[in-house]
Design a binder for this molecule. Structure first.
Ligand code: BJW
Ligand code: ZN
Length: 315
């Protein structure tokens, strides 16, 4: 499905054969595609009993938060993905903390956008009708919570939690700056000199004085087993998976679309471009998710607070 200039979408069917069992579900999903303002009842009184949503960095892009891949994914001379590794942290905890401090500053100045709000409304509607709904997010920014989503699963942890490298104590931490030595540091400009902060001056554990790290999942690290169980339960017998703003390159999340599709669920993708997951998606909404998600769900959000643009953000 491609966005037309007026924001409407053209439906593209990709599957020739549709199993009889999924026809009813697809009828409901096609209402999304056709923008037949889904009335609450038509989504939830249908055979769609179980809905999951998977979000990625693209849903926060319109809140001014850079995505990982593509233009926004550069911090100084580094690709964001090069810094999101345990090796980078071992080699230079100071550099990696500067990067996360910068991102905490950006997110602290950002607001949820219409994608976040529409998904929170969808959750409320599903719950009112006793339908199962689970939001799975790869994002660590917390904007889904700010928009009103509850009980969502943070696959890759949270920017607002720390973990002790020594005693593993995990805590919420919203201090800004998180330690005195990071005050004014973290500027993204490639000419910036690295702060070179000594480990003793980086964030330290209140329990044991060990070095703290962001409580996030870096490449090569396993997702928490509790999280993996929540994912399994959300995707098992899932009728409809909405997948928004993810490049579908990073596992295990990259495997969720093909999995749900193989299990007979309908998948609708919201992205500005094709991804490796697109071929498993029955419906594709092309365009910024802050437009396409509310439109497709028939959710009118009225006036929303305006997020500052990313260029307004500085550490
Ligand atoms: C818009 C938009 C708008 C823009 N509207 N859309 C199987 C095969 C091969 C490799 C592996 C495998 N299983 C595991 C691996 C290894 C690895 C992996 O996947 N590597 C791949 C690169 C190949 N995975 C792991 O290591 C994971 N661990 C694991 O599986 O443990 C077990 C294990 C370990 C080792 C080997 C085997 C098994 C952990 C992955 C952790 C990822 N961590 C990060 C950092 C989190 C902390 C932080 O934020 O700093 O998570 S990396 C980064 O990528 C971040 C993101 O959550 C994640 C996904 O990115 P996302 O959200 O998709 O963003 P982008 O930027 O990539 O895409 C944005 C999209 O939005 C684009 O499509 C745009 O078009 C779109 N867009 N504007 C709509 N307005
Ligand atoms: Zn500790």
């Amino acid at each position: 499905m491609d966005s037309e200039p007026d924001g409407s979408c053209e439906r593209v069917d990709e599957q020739d054969m549709v199993s009889a069992m999924s026809v009813e579900v697809e009828c409901v999903a096609s209402r999304l595609v056709d923008h037949l303002a889904i009335e609450h009842s038509s989504l939830v009184s249908s055979c769609v009993q179980k809905i999951a949503v998977l979000t990625g960095a693209g849903v926060s892009a319109e809140s001014g938060i850079p995505t990982f891949r593509g233009e926004g994914g550069l911090w100084r001379t580094w690709n964001a993905t090069e810094l999101a590794t345990p090796e980078a942290f071992r080699e230079s905890p100071s550099l990696v903390w500067e990067f996360y401090h910068y991102r905490r500053c950006v997110v602290a100045k950002s607001l949820p956008n219409a994608s976040h709000y529409a998904l929170a409304v969808l959750q409320q509607r599903c719950e009112q009708e006793g339908k199962e709904f689970t939001l799975l997010t790869q994002n660590i920014d917390g904007l889904h919570a700010q928009a009103g989503s509850t009980d969502f699963v943070e696959l890759h942890g949270s920017l607002w939690k720390t973990r002790c490298c020594h005693c593993n104590d995990v805590r919420v931490n919203r201090d800004m700056p998180i330690c005195a030595a990071l005050d004014g540091k973290g500027a993204p400009d490639p000419k910036t000199t690295d702060a070179g902060i000594k480990p003793m001056d980086l964030p330290r554990c209140k329990q044991c004085n060990g070095l703290l790290r962001p409580h996030v999942v870096w490449f090569g690290e396993a997702l928490e087993s509790r999280v993996l169980r929540q994912v399994d339960s959300a995707l098992q017998n899932c009728d409809l998976l909405l997948v928004a703003g993810t490049s579908a390159l990073v596992y295990p999340a990259a495997g969720y679309v093909p999995l749900v599709s193989a299990l007979g669920g309908v998948v609708a993708e919201f992205n500005i471009e094709d991804t490796p997951a697109s071929r498993s998606c029955r419906f594709k909404f092309r365009g910024p998710s802050a437009c396409t998600i509310p439109q497709a769900l028939g959710i009118s959000l009225g006036q929303l607070p305006q997020a500052p643009s990313s260029s307004d953000s500085s550490a």
